[in-house]
Design a protein around this ligand. Structure first.
Ligand code: BG6
Length: 512
């Protein structure tokens, strides 16, 4: 623990949907990583609940397999693992049956009594959102939603609805049993170290803020590329698509960190008020904006490095005539004084050439071109904030090429997190679980922000649903998506960092 780290109070973490993938792949390995760093409470119980039948030991064994396979720690300490697993238990319970909840209460009360700890309970709903409202109300029915003897917190996983209406309904349903201050909506992008670093970089350095506005920034690009396809999740993904799965939540949250005003303090509400203002200032998209400034695509089968990758429609669980987008690119504006007139571009897709998420700030060129022949370098000032992988920051600018004349060459100044070799880079879940245990909701999505994000994407959802003329472009697996997306950025000199075309010409392809 570093000196500014607090130890959370004793508590029970109740994981609903405990036999699902997320629990043993992410949640338990992250809780173990916290344990390894002495960041777990002195006394805690991780209680998995679900319909499946497990003994405590069978459940522990499965969780330990998860730690062994998915832990991001460099080493596993066997005796520590053994101690850790003693704090894991399981209770069979049908989350949809109110009559099962008194048994849960008895178990929780027993733990509180045994350990003499306050009745602090953190509920993690690792289930489909359709189950959230029922569980919240079942918890409330046995008084497990509020208490004066300890805290009651509810952590929920996305998707937070599938459109504005359902997003509002979900919020309303949760608010019937829990207050907003008790609800922690996980957006794992906010748990990523480099996303948080956006705040530190912007607000702890005097040099960036004066440039961080429409006077100096030409446009902002956010690219989130995945090389994987839908990985057996075709059934879920086909009802979602890239707009709902990535853009409405993760990428709009990242955009709001890039664009927000300095908060008055690091208090959760101070920060979340500022990110909300960005989402509320997104310029509403008209029908013609959707038609011209939103590109959707779907990958089709192609050979990639000698291997045949099937198209989206050939994936398991995906209908052969699916019109679900696996790629979306969007141009939009933020209507406020700082950003008025600066285009923002977001794109995300599956089966792109590589896995990379980065924010690229493209600065305006110099007002006067002195070095005519190297015109391209008038446009080369970019600040690249690499969110993953190889997390870091890179600044690109022009320097004199040694020798006669004044030839300008783009060069890089860079920082990689891996250079901090003695530091463990916490995973997103590790950070977010720790914050939830402490009751810090700064990096969690608030109800109003979720609704503002749904409101912004609503015209896109509407047009795609109601206008059969809206195109969906096929793109070969392993490429940077539909070529049409290159045209979104109108300035021919300043395109995406990785454009769809002419990739071979881009010397710094995917290098930070
Ligand atoms: C999830 C999406 O929220 O984020 C997935 O449902 C996506 O489809 C994933 O693959 C990407 O997360 P990361 O951390 O790998 O960028």
């Amino acid at each position: 623990m570093t000196c500014d780290m607090q130890k959370p109070q004793n508590m029970v973490i109740v994981i609903f949907g405990a036999s699902g993938d997320l629990t043993h792949r992410k949640l338990i390995p992250s809780l173990y990583a916290l344990y390894d760093q002495k960041m777990m409470p002195d006394h805690f119980l991780i209680l998995g609940v679900g319909r499946s039948s497990y003994t405590d030991q069978a459940f522990r064994d499965r969780m330990m397999q998860g730690v062994r396979s998915f832990s991001e720690l460099n080493h596993l300490n066997e005796s520590e693992l053994l101690q850790f697993q003693q704090s894991i238990a399981y209770q069979q319970l049908d989350p949809s049956k109110a009559e099962d909840f008194p048994r849960l209460k008895i178990r929780l009360d027993a733990w509180t009594e045994e350990t003499g700890s306050p009745a602090n309970y953190l509920y993690y709903l690792s289930l489909l959102p359709s189950a959230f409202a029922e569980i919240a109300s079942n918890l409330a029915a046995v008084g497990l939603n509020h208490s004066t003897d300890g805290f009651r917190r509810l952590v929920v996983e996305k998707p937070f609805g599938y459109d504005l209406e359902s997003g509002r309904k979900l919020n309303d349903d949760l608010h019937k049993a829990f207050e907003e201050s008790q609800i922690f909506r996980i957006d794992h992008y906010l748990g990523k170290e480099t996303v948080q670093n956006l705040l530190v970089m912007r607000f702890s350095n005097g040099i960036f803020e004066p440039l961080w506005n429409r006077n100096y920034i030409h446009h902002v690009e956010i690219t989130s590329a995945e090389s994987i396809g839908v990985e057996g999740r075709g059934g879920y993904y086909d009802g979602s698509g890239a707009l709902r799965d990535m853009l409405q939540n993760h990428l709009l949250q990242v955009a709001s960190f890039v664009a927000m005003e300095p908060p008055s303090s690091m208090d959760a509400d101070a920060i979340r008020n500022e990110t909300l203002k960005v989402l509320q200032s997104l310029k509403p998209l008209r029908n013609e904006d959707v038609a011209n400034h939103v590109i959707r695509g779907q990958y089709v089968g192609a050979h990639v490095r000698g291997n045949w990758l099937p198209g989206y429609r050939e994936e398991e669980g995906v209908p052969s005539d699916s019109r679900t987008e696996t790629y979306v690119a969007l141009k939009f504006f933020i209507d406020n004084w700082r950003w008025g007139g600066v285009p923002f571009y977001i794109r995300t897709g599956k089966r792109l050439p590589t896995r990379v998420t980065e924010v690229v700030i493209h600065f305006k060129p110099t007002p006067h071109t002195l070095f005519q022949r190297d015109h391209v370098c008038q446009h080369c000032n970019t600040l690249i904030i690499r969110i993953q992988p190889d997390e870091g920051i890179l600044m690109r600018f022009g320097m004199k090429q040694p020798g006669a004349g004044f030839h300008v060459k783009p060069v890089h100044m860079d920082f990689h997190y891996t250079e901090l070799s003695d530091q463990h880079l916490p995973s997103a879940y590790e950070r977010l679980l720790y914050d939830a245990m402490l009751g810090d909701s700064t990096l969690y999505a608030r109800a109003d922000a979720v609704e503002a994000a749904w409101q912004f994407v609503a015209p896109i959802q509407h047009m795609w649903k109601t206008d059969p003329g809206q195109k969906i472009h096929g793109y070969p697996a392993g490429t940077w998506g539909p070529e049409h997306a290159d045209g979104l950025i109108e300035d021919s000199c300043m395109g995406w960092r990785y454009p769809c075309k002419n990739l071979a010409d881009d010397g710094d392809y995917c290098e930070l």
